[in-house]
Design a binder for this molecule. Structure first.
Ligand code: NAD
Length: 360
């Protein structure tokens, strides 16, 4: 029976890279019934909403989606489409594998890291108080009284909630991911020496969860600042990283940079009932419709999707095909060429064609 999958083409380069991923998934022979639904700027033009109800309904029904990057119009009062999706569908885990493929220009070789970011809490919870507002003044008064420390009266405030429940859920996700993917170690990243109660709780819960995996998966922790330095100096020493939302966001980009940048960085947002697979990169509007950008991040997100729906063999074949095309270095997009202006660089669809040919 065909897998039912929601496809959100997205904005800017989204439709081009989504089509490339769709064609590659189909070329593995896995039967898919696609349900195409809109989100972002395109959805706003056509349906008057950046995230139409039918899009959420489709993901809830099919439980799996692949999504191109979307644009949320700035300054017009729209909430970020991505944040809305994560919150509405409770996609609590952001998984970003960062793997180096032979042929990719990158500062390091042979890196294979997995960044696992908590997606629902921390400074991204969206609980903010604007400078000068009544609610902010009231909050400042209460904080100054309760904490016996003084916050300047012209301050704005962002709240950083970290809960036991959400931490346990993400750390368990990290350990289960490590086991399923034959990984060896989970590193919890935090700043518990300064934020004793929030990051302190994250670390404490992580240590508690780690006890359940003793003897199976190694566990350690690092301070976020030290982690940044160590990832730059000796990234090979790390395996799976589990982090609160903000550090996770920053470290995901750092790790994408270690393995060659946005063109090759896939990702997924996973919840208890559904999952959305998408590249780390955005909609790169200046390349829209130019058939120029690298489709690999989106195709590798497709590899993750295939694994997720139990099509392990198809996932392996597709990843192998991507690997071979990158290694050969001929029919690859400009960003994978030694010279970015190389006239022999392939377009988005031609690179997808090269990958599909390897699957035959
Ligand atoms: P971006 O990732 O779209 O582009 C930054 C630069 O990275 C591009 O100019 C390009 O040089 C390079 N790049 C990106 N993808 C590439 C690819 N596949 N191949 C080769 N090079 C690539 O980031 P931005 O310019 O900060 O954001 C543009 C828009 O995308 C914004 O509206 C932003 O909100 C949105 N965005 C969406 C998502 C998402 O939907 N998941 C994620 C990030 C940004």
């Amino acid at each position: 029976m065909a897998h039912k999958i929601t496809l959100i083409p997205g904005d800017g380069i989204g439709p081009e890279v989504s089509l490339a991923a769709k064609r590659c998934i189909e070329a593995t022979g896995v039967k898919v019934q696609w349900e195409e639904v809109p989100a972002g700027e395109e959805a706003l033009k056509k349906y008057g909403k950046v995230l139409p109800d039918e899009t959420i309904a489709s993901i809830k029904k099919n439980k799996v989606a692949i999504k191109g990057p979307v644009i949320t119009p700035i300054g017009e009062g729209y909430r970020s489409v991505n944040v809305q999706m994560r919150q509405t569908l409770n996609l609590y885990a952001c998984l970003r594998p960062c793997k180096w493929y032979e042929g990719v220009k990158a500062p390091y070789k042979n890196i294979d890291l997995a960044v696992i970011r908590e997606n629902t809490e921390d400074l991204y919870a969206g609980i903010e108080f604007e400078e000068g507002k009544n609610a902010t003044r009231k909050l400042l008064k209460d904080i100054n009284k309760l904490s016996k420390k003084t916050i300047a009266s012209d301050s704005a405030i962002s709240i950083k909630p970290i809960s036991r429940k959400a931490t346990e859920r993400i750390v368990r996700f990290a350990f289960e991911y490590a086991i399923k993917n034959k990984r060896k170690k989970v590193t919890c990243v935090h700043k518990a020496n300064i934020m004793k109660f929030t990051d302190g709780l994250f670390l404490k819960v992580a240590k508690d969860v780690a006890r359940d995996y003793e003897g199976k998966i190694e566990f350690e922790d690092r301070l976020i600042d030290n982690m940044c330095m160590q990832l730059v100096q000796k990234p090979w020493d790390y395996d799976c990283l589990v982090l609160p939302n903000l550090y996770g966001d920053i470290i995901s980009d750092l790790c994408a940079g270690l393995v060659g940048g946005l063109g090759v960085a896939p990702g997924a947002n996973i919840g208890e009932t559904c999952a959305i697979f998408e590249a780390t990169h955005g909609s790169a509007p200046k390349y829209k419709g130019k058939n120029k950008v690298n489709p690999v991040a989106m195709i590798l997100s497709g590899v993750m999707l295939l694994k997720f729906i139990g099509e392990e063999k198809a996932a392996q074949r597709l990843e192998e095909a991507v690997k071979e095309v990158i290694k050969e270095g001929k029919r690859v997009t400009y960003d994978l060429k030694a010279d970015k202006n190389d006239p022999t660089a392939a377009g988005t669809s031609e690179m997808a064609d090269a990958i599909i040919e390897r699957l035959k």
